[in-house]
Write a protein that binds this ligand. Structure first.
Ligand code: SF4
Length: 620
């Protein structure tokens, strides 16, 4: 097998209890690499059109990449993918921590889970030894309790655990997969798929090293990166403030979703920003395998909103979704909400945005106390936000409606509620405002998973100057943040292809590592002679395969939309009067189709699939 890979994908069929391994050759890995593209390969091959995402026919794929588990900053990640129960489309989330590296050290490149167990189980992997074990005693327990119980049962605290929580057991459609207690593969409802299979956890312990083709070259790159991170502005900022460092600036520029995206600036931003965290509740900073940046806050609160630092702490997306989106400026309450989401295993973005949706429905009189069991769902009510998290996780009262996500909840509530569901393709919009970052907004519209901020450009980074990364791809001109010209589409396309490539390698986007060094690292690991062109094609291959999966599910141009609110001007604030224009958005989306080689309805063409070396997708 080529260096950098183990050549094996673990396959666990929970219906019959069969455990086996898929073996792949070097060409397979050079085509699909890992992470996103590996997931797209398995979903296209094995999940037929129309399969219910919460049925045994769905596949749940945990995929590492060639970089995962190599001792270098940014290499502690893995992807989790399945058909999404939120929207019936391609679903995927990335996660850091230590579990992915441990999976590779156990000698596996990925895991494919199929079927459904007769009763709750967990999978225990120790190198080549794989068992399916009874998990009936774990069902209903918090993520912290389950990790402790599994580690005790298997006799080592070095065992890494990825799991769904009680929310996944209850098939909350935005339940996430949590590993190492405070790292979440948040988006697309992967925890609900895990729960639907009666699979509570996957515990891993490995004793192997990833074989490197050129160990000296890889070590030299790791040393260079470690030194560079000490002075790199972006890395130092993440080390000191985490992702929350930008929150107050985002509010000042109108990018901080507030009260369900009715405003883009929040009067309480100072109270919930990075500085407030550092001064008031920060206990320590944590991070991921081999990464010295340690951008994750661990916070502690005593008293009314008790918070255990073991659950980490709220990062930017959570501060926005449980904070400003719900009009909540109580930092301790937001930290408590973050802990609840971690303990129950729920995506904080979808949780907060769905609660904010309910609050706006209540504000507008669409939901009343009759519908909510007497609860007054008011923006700014921190205790109500926390109460709703509980109800959603347990699927009780109004929580049972909200647990299906804002799009489905809007259908049930009716009376025009859909207008206030801030979602794209059924997935709730993250904490970046399209009226501030138009290219990102277009990215939300065309993303295969629905609104997602991780694999799209952030326009504000391309306004003043173009960094060396985009320049290496031929992006030379700055453009205004609200621009949606063909030049912006090209910027968005190239930027997102690179992000998708990183998600195939699987490498952290917060670690500043230029594309030439990234390819040198890949080549040092594998012995290949890869280059930027090949990795951009990898990103294109993935996005086209994911699109093909969605087309097969009957999704197309009509699903590439933005909620009406983003087409409506802000009434006040830094972006007063600013809106996305529908005609510009439609033109940009069609321009994107043309640039990426899809037809005018957004369907990948056979020649395009052939050019990308995946003609079998056209047949599938
Ligand atoms: S930058 Fe942060 S998220 Fe990325 S690997 Fe390092 S600690 Fe983890």
């Amino acid at each position: 097998m080529v260096a950098g890979y183990f050549g094996k994908v673990l396959r666990v069929n929970l219906s019959g209890g069969k455990i086996s391994a898929d073996e792949h050759d070097e060409d397979f890995y050079r085509r699909y690499y890992g992470g996103s593209a590996l997931i797209a390969y398995y979903l296209l091959r094995e999940v037929g059109a129309g399969v219910d995402a919460l049925s045994p026919g769905n596949r749940l794929v945990f995929a590492a990449g060639p970089v995962t588990g190599v001792p270098i900053a940014g290499a502690g990640r893995n992807s989790v993918g399945a058909k999404s129960p939120l929207n019936g489309a391609y679903g995927q989330a990335e996660v850091g921590g230590f579990w992915g590296a441990e999976l590779r050290h156990a000698g596996w490149d990925a895991i494919v889970v199929e079927g459904k167990a007769e009763h709750p189980v967990y999978i225990w992997i120790e190198d080549d030894r794989v068992e399916i074990r009874d998990a009936r005693h774990l069902w209903g327990k918090t993520t912290l309790e389950v990790q402790k119980l599994i580690q005790k049962e298997l006799g080592s605290r070095a065992i890494r655990v990825a799991q769904t929580g009680p929310a996944g057991e209850n098939q909350v459609r935005f339940a996430c997969v949590v590993n190492d207690i405070n790292h979440a593969a948040g988006r697309s409802g992967m925890g609900a798929v895990m729960g639907s299979k009666n699979l509570r956890a996957i515990a891993v312990r490995g004793h192997q090293k990833v074989e490197l083709a050129d160990e000296k070259a890889v070590n030299a790159l790791a040393r260079w990166l470690r030194d560079d991170l000490k002075t790199n502005r972006m890395a130092v900022g993440f080390s000191q403030n985490g992702t929350a460092g930008g929150l107050t600036a985002f509010s000042a520029m109108g990018n901080l979703p507030t009260r369900n995206f009715q405003q883009g600036h929040f009067e309480g931003a100072e109270k919930i920003g990075g500085q407030a965290i550092n001064e008031q509740i920060l206990v320590s900073r944590g991070g991921c395998f081999a990464c010295p940046i340690r951008c994750k806050p661990h916070v502690g609160v005593n008293g009314r909103y008790e918070v255990d630092p073991v659950y980490g702490g709220p990062e930017y997306e959570t501060l926005g979704s449980l904070g400003s989106s719900c009009g909540v400026d109580n930092l301790e309450a937001i930290a408590r909400g973050n802990q609840q989401c971690g303990a129950y295993g729920m995506d904080t973005i979808s949780t907060g945005v769905t609660i904010a949706f309910a609050m706006e429905c209540f504000e507008k009189g669409i939901l009343t106390e009759k519908d909510t069991g007497g609860l007054k769902l008011r923006f700014g009510d921190a205790d109500m936000m926390l109460e709703l998290i509980e109800l959603v996780a347990r699927r009780e009262g109004i929580g049972a409606v909200l647990a299906d996500g804002s799009a489905r909840a809007a259908d049930v509530i009716g009376n025009g509620a859909a207008e206030f569901a801030m979602q794209v393709k059924g997935q709730e919009v993250p904490m970046h405002e399209p009226r501030c970052k138009a290219g990102l907004g277009m990215g939300y519209a065309i993303s295969p998973t629905g609104a997602d901020h991780c694999h799209n450009i952030h326009d504000t980074g391309y306004v003043m100057r173009i960094g060396s990364g985009p320049r290496a791809m031929g992006i030379l001109e700055t453009l205004p943040s609200q621009d949606l010209s063909a030049g912006k589409v090209r910027m968005q396309l190239y930027g997102s292809l690179w992000q998708h490539a990183l998600n195939c390698l699987v490498f952290c986007q917060f670690v500043p590592f230029a594309s030439d060094r990234m390819t040198a690292l890949l080549n040092g690991i594998t012995g290949w002679n890869s280059n930027l062109w090949e990795l951009m094609k990898l990103g294109e291959r993935f996005i086209t395969m994911a699109r093909a999966f969605n087309v097969r599910e009957g999704k197309g141009k009509a699903d590439d939309f933005l909620p009406k609110r983003f087409l409506t001007p802000f009434e006040s604030g830094p972006l007063e009067g600013v809106a996305i224009k529908q005609d510009e958005l439609s033109t940009a989306v069609e321009t994107y189709y043309g640039m990426v080689g899809w037809d005018s309805e957004g369907r990948p063409t056979r020649p395009k699939l052939e050019e990308l070396g995946v003609s079998w997708v056209a047949d599938a």
